[in-house]
Design a protein around this ligand. Structure first.
Ligand code: RBF
Length: 225
């Protein structure tokens, strides 16, 4: 019998215009690597271009909320600066040249020469359409698990509501390694997990769906109207 759990068949959405970040912890890296690959696989399958998928890592899950918030802010800065011809970066470095302690007019003339064109960054430069936060928290003998799981869950929800950017909840909170391996599609498990279901794949689809829907919502479009 088909599993009753899970999001059902993924909705089809065109991710080709989306820019998506995956921010992941490095603790429990075997599972993390599989989950991140799973998420990337379905992002690509939905049309998101490789150059528009940005990866960032942090040591552990506790660092995820701040990292997601700051990575999003960084992408907003990129978006703003890439609309200024040449970008603020080249403007700033130009000012740096002028203030750089040059004593001779020859040096100054040299620094006033147009800078060699910088290589354009590949891919889209608008602020991220969605961010997937990935971490694996395994319950230990102390209370760490409970505190971190609670703080990270609330932190990620706060970031998505404060910023309005979809933050996909890719945090596994599990009782043992076996549960994590099963949910990363690596081995064992029961029910849906027994077939090697990698939950990262669901997160990739969720990011595309929310990225596309959020764009539509911001244009005043609601399904069926
Ligand atoms: N980070 C994780 O992502 N997964 C874990 O299972 C995990 N377990 C931890 C257990 C203990 C006892 C401690 C001290 C930290 C653990 N962390 C874990 C790291 C945590 O998320 C964070 O990176 C560090 O506490 C530094 O802020």
């Amino acid at each position: 019998m088909a599993s009753l759990k899970g999001p059902g068949a993924a909705q089809k959405h065109d991710g080709s215009g989306l820019r998506i970040a995956i921010v992941h912890a490095r603790w429990n890296s075997t599972m993390i690597d599989a989950l991140v690959s799973g998420a990337k696989k379905t992002l690509l399958a939905s049309g998101v271009k490789e150059e528009n998928i940005v990866l960032e890592s942090v040591p552990g899950s506790y660092e995820l909320p701040l990292a997601v918030q700051r990575v999003y802010a960084a992408s907003q800065i990129q978006s703003a600066t890439s609309t200024v011809a040449g970008g603020v970066g080249s403007l700033a470095s130009g000012i740096g040249d002028l203030l750089g302690g040059s004593n001779s007019t020859t040096d100054l003339q040299g620094s006033l020469q147009p800078a060699a064109p910088k290589e354009e960054p590949k891919g889209l430069r608008h602020a991220f359409d969605a961010i997937i936060a990935v971490g694996v928290l395994i319950k230990g003998e102390s209370m760490h698990f409970e505190y971190i799981a609670d703080a990270v869950s609330h932190g990620l929800m706060k970031v998505q509501l404060d910023t309005g950017v979809p933050v996909i909840f890719g945090l596994l909170t599990i009782l043992n390694e076996g549960q994590g391996l099963a949910r990363a599609g690596l081995e064992g498990g029961t029910g849906k997990e027994a077939n090697g279901h990698n939950h990262g794949e669901d997160w990739g689809y969720a990011a595309v769906e929310l990225g596309v829907k959020r764009k539509a919502w911001s244009e005043g479009k609601v399904a069926g109207s």
